[in-house]
Design a protein around this ligand. Sequence first.
Ligand SMILES: [Zn+2]
Length: 62
Amino acid sequence: MAAEETKTETAQVKPKEEKQTNCLNCNKPIKKLKRYYRNGKFYCNKKCWRAFVKKQKEEAKQ
Ligand SMILES: [Zn+2]
């Protein structure tokens, strides 16, 4: 009697990488056409990027 081997395919579950869809500064959703990409992050524009960088610098000082 040959036992039937049932192969259970275990699908590799990859950790879902959350795509950044909101501006790091103002948290507004970023539309594809209107986005500003800096250092691997998205912002809605240069102004938001600058504000965020400034904020981070100030936080680092504390
Ligand atoms: Zn923004």
